[in-house]
Design a protein around this ligand. Structure first.
Ligand code: HEC
Length: 394
């Protein structure tokens, strides 16, 4: 009897793990992705974005609001033409939050699309801003009120407070209008990164992208158009992308966001990368119940939290949502080669005697135990269990 029960249990786990990965998105070939009418041809697929909980912010209020934050569904469609790829992301958000120019306590809604940069590695970059030797390109769009950036415009005559202009009445109104006309209404940024703290904004125009977001009927629709090929990427066949959304009402910014795992976008009519599609759409074949036991037997909980995300007591990233935004290949690599990717961390509130990595001969070496001694079956089982670690979806 016990035996049957265990296999029923593991069946249940296996089924949820199989549902874990997102299905591939098809990018439909059109004449011109910039033609708004082309979107009527797009096929939308559902993608799940999980709260990023590997590290916690130093913001008590934000942490409280986000304590039990849920996963979010987004609809993703894609198009491509001879030059560009376009992605559209639609997600529910009950309140439109627009960040005001000079306040630091309100935050705008936003979205980002990340592409894996050209690299020799067969493995995808770390989901949060890439990893050493595995670069990413991140396109970020935030809902912002007009921002006046005088330095960018090299115009200092309007760089003063309106109260100090020495004018009033019509002249002050004219001054305000001039400032408004010079202000930048769009908050769109492109970054390249090879890991946390290496984020570098691309300002030299070498990425010809255009992102925008519009609010309507209880949610946002965000669009990005970027070249299929430039100095940073060469997109063909199957394009891995990751999507993040921020919710200003929940004080979301920086790492405080919902994030997808890598998603496979197949350029319709081109030969897909079958191995990559398989990696990104098929869950682990292991037995999650056995994986949970194997984790207990191997002392993972000595360093990791599985259910909590308390920054003060952690010796390692919280694994609470790791199954939501990680690929099977990444989870496997984390166990077998801990130093291949070092998770950016760690929270400043953590004890300085428990760093996540040490520098040895100029290289970051993870403080995680190297578990390459585990047999293949145990690793598969642990990965299957890790895949089940993710928040409920709203
Ligand atoms: C001695 C402490 C320690 C033990 C024991 C440990 N880990 Fe880790 N683990 C870490 C640290 C520190 C990191 C972050 C640095 C890095 O990326 O290697 C990490 C990172 C990870 C990550 C990546 C998390 C992310 O957010 O991307 C996974 C997955 C993981 N560990 C799984 C495990 C599993 C499974 C076990 C048990 C088989 C385990 N760890 C045991 C310290 C530990």
């Amino acid at each position: 009897m016990k035996k049957i029960l265990t296999s029923i249990l593991s069946l249940g786990f296996a089924a949820s793990a199989a549902l874990a990965a997102n299905s591939a998105v098809t990018a439909v070939k059109v004449d011109n992705v910039s033609d708004a009418a082309a979107w009527s041809k797009a096929k939308f697929s559902s993608v799940t974005l999980y709260p990023q909980t590997a590290i916690e912010m130093n913001d008590k209020k934000a942490n409280e609001i986000n304590e039990n934050v849920k996963g979010k569904k987004a609809e993703v469609g894609a198009l491509y033409d001879g030059t560009n790829i376009a992605l559209m992301v639609k997600w529910a958000d009950g309140t439109k939050d627009t960040q005001a120019g000079y306040t630091s306590t309100t935050y705008g809604d936003g979205f980002a699309i990340q592409f894996a940069g050209a690299s020799k590695s067969a493995e995808l970059p770390y989901i949060g801003m890439g990893s050493t030797g595995r670069p990413v390109v991140v396109h970020l769009q935030k809902a912002n009120e007009k921002v006046y950036e005088p330095n960018g415009n090299k115009d200092v005559s309007t760089q003063i407070n309106r109260q100090q202009t020495g004018v009033f009445g019509q002249e002050l109104a004219d001054y305000d209008a001039k400032v408004a006309s010079l202000a930048n209404k769009d908050y769109e940024r492109t970054f390249v990164a090879e890991g946390f703290r290496s984020l570098t904004e691309v300002k030299d125009g070498s990425v010809k992208s255009n992102a925008s977001m519009t609010y309507g009927s209880n949610g946002w629709s965000g669009t990005l158009i970027r070249p299929l090929k430039d100095a940073y990427v060469n997109l063909n066949g199957t394009v891995p992308v990751a999507i993040a959304v921020w919710d200003g009402t929940k004080l979301g910014r920086n790492g405080l966001k919902n994030l997808s795992s890598w998603i496979a976008v197949n350029l319709d009519g081109q030969k897909p990368n079958a191995a990559l599609v398989n990696d990104l759409t098929v869950g682990s074949k292991g037995n999650a119940a056995k994986g949970k036991e194997a984790m207990a037997a191997n002392g993972c909980a000595g360093c990791h939290q599985v259910e909590a995300t308390d920054p003060k007591s952690v010796m390692a990233p919280s694994l609470k949502n790791v199954g939501g935004y990680s690929t099977v290949a990444y989870l496997r690599e984390s166990i077998l080669k801990p130093s291949a990717v070092i998770v950016p961390g760690y929270n400043r509130n953590a004890h300085s005697n428990t760093p996540w990595y040490n520098i040895e001969k100029g290289k970051r070496v993870s403080t995680m135990t190297d578990y390459s001694f585990l047999d293949k079956k145990s690793v598969d089982d642990i990965v299957a269990y890790l895949e089940t670690l993710k928040a409920e979806v709203e």
